[in-house]
Design a protein around this ligand. Sequence first.
Ligand SMILES: Cc1ncc(COP(=O)(O)O)c(C=O)c1O
Length: 391
Amino acid sequence: MKLFDVYPINDITIVRAKDCYVWDENGIQYLDMYGGHAVISIGHTHSHWVKRIEEQLNQIAFYSNSIKIPLQQELADKLGKISGKNNFQLFLCNSGAEANENALKLASFHTGRKKIIAFSKSFHGRTSLAVAATDNPAIIAPVNGTDNVAFLPYNDEEALKEYFQKYGRDIAAVIVEAIQGVGGIAIANESFLQIIRQLCNENGALFIADEVQCGYGRTGKFFCLDHANVDADIYTMAKGMGNGFPVGGILIAPHIQPKHGMLGTTFGGNHLACAAALAVLEIIEQDSLLEKAKGHGQYLMNELKNFDGLKNIRGKGLMIGFDVSGELKELRKYLLQTHHVFTGEAKPNVMRLLPSLSINRKQLDEFLDIMKKAIEELNPHPLKGRFETVL
Ligand SMILES: Cc1ncc(COP(=O)(O)O)c(C=O)c1O
C-alpha cells in the first residue's frame, strides 16, 4: 500500500534524537532549530519525559473518559499553577486543530451565535471549523466553506471596530494568534489584542487565543497573550504540550459553564498523554525554561541582526523569524543539506526558528557560526545594504 502523498518531504530518515540534535540512518548529526514544527519544548527524548511515559505505560496506557483519571486533575493543577490561570477549566484533546475546533464550537454553544472573526494569514488547523477560520483557500474543501467566518486584516484596529459596530451582536468569537506562525512570524500589537478584549467584553463575544504554536512558554511567558496583559476566554494549546506525544487542550474561563456531552473525545486526556504532559510541565518549571526562552531568544535575535542578507529579525523568546534576501533564497535548504541544520520557513521568503526551549548558549553559538559560514558561502560578495525579497 502507498502512503497518501500529501507532504513534501526531505530525503532524510531520522532514527535517533537527543536534546537539540537528531541523527539520520547514516549517523549524521543535525542541529534542530525547528523542533519538528515547534513541538519539541523540553528537548528530544528528555530522560524525565521518557521515564514518566515508560512508568505509565507499565501501569495503564489508556482507559476512556467514563472513569476517574486522577492524572487529568494533576495536570490541570500543574497547568493552572505554571500558566497563572488557576481559575480556568481544562478540556483535553489530541491536537491543535481539535483544540481550536472545540474552542470555536464552545464559543458558539456559549453565546448561541454563529459568526467568527479570524484574521488575514491566520492558520488554525485542518478540521472543519478550524480550517474555515484559516486564511488559505487552498486547504479549505468546498464542504468547509462558510459565511460564518469573516477575515479581517491582522493588526487593523479600525477594521475590527467597524465590523463589531455592524455585526457585534452576531459574533460568537474572535480567534487570533498573538504571533502568527505559519503566517510568517507576524506579531500582534499589544493594543490590537487589548481592543479585541474590549470589543468582546462590550459585545458578549468570546476571545479565543490560539496558542498552539506561540504558547506553552515559547515566547518567554506561558501564553504569548500574557505579554499584552489581557486574558482570553479560551486558550488553545497543543504542540509543545507533549514534547512530541500527541496531546492538546483548551483552557476555559470560569464564566463558561460546562454541560455533559457538550464536548468529548475518546483519546483526549488518556493516562499516557497526561503523563507526557506532566513531565513537560515539571521540566519547564524545574529548569526555568520560560526565562531561558526569553534570554536565549533575545541573544539570538541580537546576533542575527548583524548578518548580511537577513532583514526584519523579529519574534519573542524562541519564536523567531526573518526575511531572507534573493541571493539567500536557498539558505534553508543549504543549511539542511550542507550544514545539517533544521530550520523552518513561511512562504514566500521567511525563515522560522522554533528550537526546543531547552537549547543552550553553546548550541545557539554553533547555529550562529554555521549561519555565518553558510551565508558567506552562498553570497561571498554582499553589496552593502542590498536587499531584494524573492517575492
Ligand atoms: C497556530 C496554530 N494553530 C493550530 C495548528 C494546528 O495544529 P495541529 O497540526 O496539531 O492540528 C497549528 C499547526 O501548525 C498552528 O500553528
